[in-house]
Design a protein around this ligand. Sequence first.
Ligand code: GLN
Ligand code: ZN
Length: 771
Amino acid sequence: MSIKTANLGFPRIGKHRELKFALEAYWSGKSDAQTLLETAGTLRAKHWKLQQEKGVDAIPSNDFSFYDHVLDTAVMVGAIPDGYGWSGGHVGLATYFALARGSQGEAACGCGGTHGEPRAALEMTKWFDTNYHYLVPEFSAGQGFILTGNRPLEAFLEARAIGIYTRPVILGPVTFLKLGKARDGSDPVDLLDRLLPVYRKILVELQEAGADWVQIDEPCLALDLTDKERDSLVRTYTAFAEAVPGLSILVASYYGPLGDNRDTALSLPVAGLHLDGIRGGEELAAIAGDAPAHLLLSLGLIDGRNIWRADLEDVVQRIEPLVAGRAPDLLQIAPSCSLLHLPFDLSDETALDLELRASLAFASEKLDELAVLREALSGNRPAVEAKIAASSRIARTRRTSRKVHDPLVEGRLLAVSRDMMQRARPYSARRTVQQHHLHLPVLPTTTIGSFPQTMEVRRARSAHLKGELSYIDYKAFLERETESAIRWQEDVGIDVLVHGEFERNDMVQYFAEQMDGYAFTKNGWVQSYGSRCVRPPIIYGDVSRPRPMTVDWAVFAQSKTSRPMKGMLTGPVTMLQWSFVRDDIPRDVVCRQIALAIRDEVQDLEKVGIAIIQIDEPALREGLPLRRRDWQAYLGWATESFRLSASGVADRTQIHTHMCYSEFNDIMDAIITMDADAISIETSRSKMELLDVFADKRYPNEIGPGVYDIHSPRVPTVEEIVELIEAASARLDPSQLWINPDCGLKTRRWEEVKPALANMVQAARQLRQRL
Ligand code: GLN
Ligand code: ZN
C-alpha cells in the first residue's frame, strides 16, 4: 500500500497573475463581475487539474480567495462591521471589496445610490512571519455569527462537478479569532462558543455532501498560546468530533514546531494532524512516536516557504525510520505549509543561470518532489532512483559551487571582530563632534529619502528598461529630477537634504541588483495582499558588493548643495527579510555578509564627504520569530548586523536609521543597542503616544518621530505639526528631536508633498523661536 500525498494550498494568483489583472480590471470598472467570477473559476479548475496531473492524492479546495482567506472566513461567518453595506444574508462582492479596500460610500452598498458613508478598509497586517498580509477581523461587543454562505462546500461541489474530489480547507476557529481584534479590547477568543455553531453547520453540510476529509488550519499551534487558547482548541475539536462523526478532520499546524503545544495538538480528538517537518523537523520523530495509534500524521517534508529544491535522499533517510513505525494509511506526506508563499512554476525562468535554476523548485515543482518522495517511501524506490540521485547531486553542487561560495566573503566574515560591530566612541562623545561638524539648528528638518515617483519617473525607467531610452538620456533625466528636488528642498528650507531616490525601482531590488550572490526571476510573483504581488530577489550565494552602489549619485547630489546631503541605504536585515534566502547556511550568516557589503558602501560614502548616512531597516521588527523565546537570538544577530554595517565610520559621520512603524515596546532594548545616532519612526497617527516607551527607556540618541502621515493625501497644517512636536517635546528632550515625515514620499504627489513639507519647516521654525 502506498503512502498518500497531500497539498495544503496552492497559489491562487495564477501563473501569469491572471487573478491580479482580473481584479484590477473589475475594480477600475473595465470589466464586470461576471468576467471576474469566470476568471476565478477558470483558475481554480486549472489549479485543481494541475494538482491532479501531478498525482496529489489530497487536493485542497477553498484555498482560493478573491483577496484574502482570513477576510473570506470573517465574511463567511458574518463578522462584518456596520457600514459596509451588508444587511444580512449573502455577502456581495461590493461589501467584500469594501472590507478589503475601503469604500467611497456608494460602492459599499452596491445599490448605486450614494447613501453609504465612506469606510476605511479593515486593518491589514502580516500573516504570521510571512510577507503575506491578511485583513484583521474586527469584532463588535455583542458580536454574533451566522453562516452567510458555505464556501468550503461550494468549492468542494465545484471541484466535484469537474471530477475532482477534494479536501476542503477551512481556517480554524481558534486561529481565526486569535488573529482578529475586538473593538472593546476584549479577548476575541471569548467569542468561541458563539462561533462554533456556524462551523458545525459548515461541517455538517460538508459531511452530507459526501466530503470524507476536511483540513482545518490552526497555525496558531506554532505560536505561544495561553492555557485558555489551548483549552479552546480542545473544546473546538471535541465539539466537531461529536457534530460530524462521519467526517474526518485533519488539523494543520505550520510555520513552526509545536513545541509546548504538542500535548494539546496530540490530544485533539481528530483523525489527522499535519506537522511542519521543515521548521519543526527536530521534533518530528518524537511526536510521531507519541502520536495516538489511530491518528493520521501528515508530514510536511517539502519546504513550502522557500524556493529551494529538496535533497530527497536526505529527506528519505530522515523519514524512513519514522515511516517504518507506522501503518502506511496513517501517514501522509505534504509540503510544510500551503504553497501560497511560492511563485507558480519555473517555466518562464529561462534567463536564470542553469545551475541555479536546477536547484530551484517553485509551487508546481514542489508537487513533483512530493510525488517522487511518495514512491521512494512506498517501496518503489527503483522507479524514482534517478530523480533522487539528481536531487542529491544538485544539493552537493550547491555545497561546493564556486558560484555559491566566495572564499573572499567567507574569509572576511571569519575576520569580523567585536570592534567592527561598535562605533569607536559612545554616542555622547560622537554627538559633540557631529554638532561641531554639521552645524545644524535644534529641531533639524529632514525627509526619509524618496520623493514622488511620478508618472514621468516611472515612464522613463520603463522606457530605459525596454531600450527605448538610452542610458545617457535616462541618466540626464534623473539628474534633472534630482537637481530640481534639491533646489526645492533648499528653497523651502529643509536642513538635511535627500537626493530623492528617483533612480531606484525598489529599496531592496536596487541594491540586490548591484550585489553578487543575488538572482532575479522573470515571473516569480508571490501574493503580498489582494492583487498586490512581489517578486522577491533570491539570495543564492555569498553576498558581496563588487563596486560602489550609490556613491555616484551621492556625489552628484552633494555637488548641487552646500547643505548636508544624506546618503541613503537599505540595511542588511531588510535586504534579508524581503528576499528568498539560501537555506544551506544560517540566516544570520547571510545577514552578516550583506552587512559587510553595506559597510563597504557606508565607508565609501564617508570617503567622498557624505556626512550623514541613513541605513533603513523597516523590516527589523517583522523579522521577529513567532515564539518569544527565540526573540533574543534574532534581535542579537539582527542588531549586530546593523552595527556591523554602520560602525566603520569616524565619530563625525552621523548614522541614521529608519523604521516604518512605531511599536517598539517589546524591542526597545534592541533599538537602543543599534546605537544609530538618529532613528526616524512613524508616529504621526498615534499623536506621539508611542514615544512613551522611548521616554521610559530614556532613549539616549536622537530621534525623528514622524509628524506627517504620508499614508494620507491630506496636507497637515502648521498648527497640527506644532502640536505633534510639542507632544514629542513633552516626552523627550527637544535637543534629541528631528523633524521629519513618517516615511518616504514616493507614493505621494508633489502637490501634496510641497505644502506639507513647507508646513513642516514652518512648524519647526516656530518652535525653535520658543526654545
Ligand atoms: N528611504 C526609503 C524611502 O524613503 C525608506 C522606505 C521605507 O522605509 N520603506 O522610500
Ligand atoms: Zn518607512
